[in-house]
Design a protein around this ligand. Structure first.
Ligand SMILES: NC(=O)c1ccc[n+]([C@@H]2O[C@H](COP(=O)([O-])OP(=O)(O)OC[C@H]3O[C@@H](n4cnc5c(N)ncnc54)[C@H](O)[C@@H]3O)[C@@H](O)[C@H]2O)c1
Length: 350
């Protein structure tokens, strides 16, 4: 498994995307977003996704250079049509506009539809947190094929429907929850399949409705389980609410249209902290709260308590130093693409 520095991996991703038709701005947004996920330890949303995005460009499911259109707005709300552009690019612009609106309205929200995969959802609320605001984002996959069985069912009818909330604080790392409402993100099962590794029980059921540790079963008619194990009805309920915010409120609808393009519907909201509490005081108190949580005596066998977002911060510090491992199957796909676009020598991918 080769190990590369984040900068080199970002350059490889961006150059391949550009060769496939993305503008330099789009290619940069996607590559930085993917390698940001690798740095945070979410390899399922990292460089492994770039060959898939290139396949989607070739299939016409992602449209490089797509216009970004506001179809309805008010001083505090916006409805955005991504016209099948790159989710990383479309959604970041949507969040930036929502932050601007929250600067004057204190609370602002937006919905985004007809865009491709948005990747690691935390990226967008973190933009708000950097501006002293609380950011919230939820995402679903429109009417493209589903991965998650509703609690008690054995057929996939929900997306992995993630929720991310980021809060400004004085901590060195972001105070940020970013989680799929399924037991895990589907990409983690795909990653295990690419690495030919078994997965823990409780992640998926096979087509027969029985739990399995074989990641390949997901693509063979299996389904991810909702978050929560025996209390999976809570994960199922969260996923259903995300689907309402991102599928119904955006107008994308529910259910599956088998020929459908991957379509990350998003609902995002921004709350200006200053409208509720003095920002400096709030940031200090959030840091104190995180330290209070961390000082909880550890449970038996546990290394101790982490605040939301801390593990990603620690992994990022480590990976910026030591580099990022790229599984052989992904490396081979990157090399094949570099060969196809005549970039093997320029990118050192022989
Ligand atoms: N765009 C999409 O369609 C989509 C869909 C699903 C998931 N995703 C992304 O996949 C990524 C992975 O999601 P996931 O749910 O599999 O991640 P996960 O199971 O690793 O959970 C991540 C969350 O749990 C926290 N966490 C992890 N370990 C912890 C510990 N020991 N103590 C305290 N907190 C801890 C993290 O800080 C983070 O907030 C996320 O970035 C998510 O946005 C994207």
């Amino acid at each position: 498994m080769p190990r590369l520095q984040a900068e080199r991996l970002t350059r490889i991703g961006a150059r391949l995307l550009e060769a496939a038709g993305a503008s330099p701005e789009e290619a940069e947004a996607v590559a930085v977003g993917c390698i940001g996920a690798n740095l945070a330890g979410h390899d399922s949303h990292g460089i492994i996704a770039i060959p898939t995005y290139i396949d989607r460009i070739k299939a016409g499911h992602i449209v490089p250079g797509a216009p970004w259109t506001i179809v309805q707005q008010s001083p505090s709300t916006t409805v955005i049509d991504g016209n099948w552009g790159f989710g990383f690019h479309v959604n970041a612009k949507a969040m930036q506009l929502t932050i601007e609106k929250a600067r004057t309205s204190n609370v602002a929200g937006c919905t985004v539809f007809r865009q491709s995969h948005v990747g690691r959802l935390a990226a967008y609320p973190l933009m708000a947190a950097r501006e002293g605001m609380i950011g919230l984002a939820t995402a679903d996959s429109g009417r493209s094929p589903k991965m998650v069985a509703p609690f008690g069912g054995r057929e996939a009818r929900l997306g992995t429907n993630p929720i991310a909330i980021a809060v400004p604080s004085d901590l060195p790392g972001p105070f940020c929850l970013d989680m799929a409402t399924s037991a895990v993100a589907a990409g983690k099962v795909m990653l295990a399949a690419a690495r030919d590794e078994q997965i823990p029980t409780g992640w998926i059921v096979g087509k027969d409705g029985k739990e399995t540790r074989d990641p390949h079963q997901l693509r063979k008619g299996g389904a991810l389980l909702p978050l929560g194990g025996t209390e999976g009805y809570k994960g199922s309920g969260l996923a259903a609410m995300v689907e309402v915010l991102c599928g119904l409120l955006t107008g994308l609808g529910f259910g599956v249209e088998p020929s459908g393009r991957h379509n990350d519907g998003c609902f995002m909201a921004v709350f200006n902290v200053e409208a509720f509490r003095p920002l400096a005081l709030f940031k200090r108190e959030v840091a104190e709260f995180a330290r209070y949580l961390k000082e909880t005596p550890a449970a038996e066998g546990s290394p101790g308590v982490l605040y939301p977002g801390e593990i990603e911060y620690l992994r990022e510090k480590e990976r910026l130093k030591v580099g990022i491992d790229v599984e052989d199957a992904t490396w081979d796909r990157l090399r094949a693409l570099a060969g196809e676009y005549g970039l093997a020598a320029a990118l050192g991918l022989h």
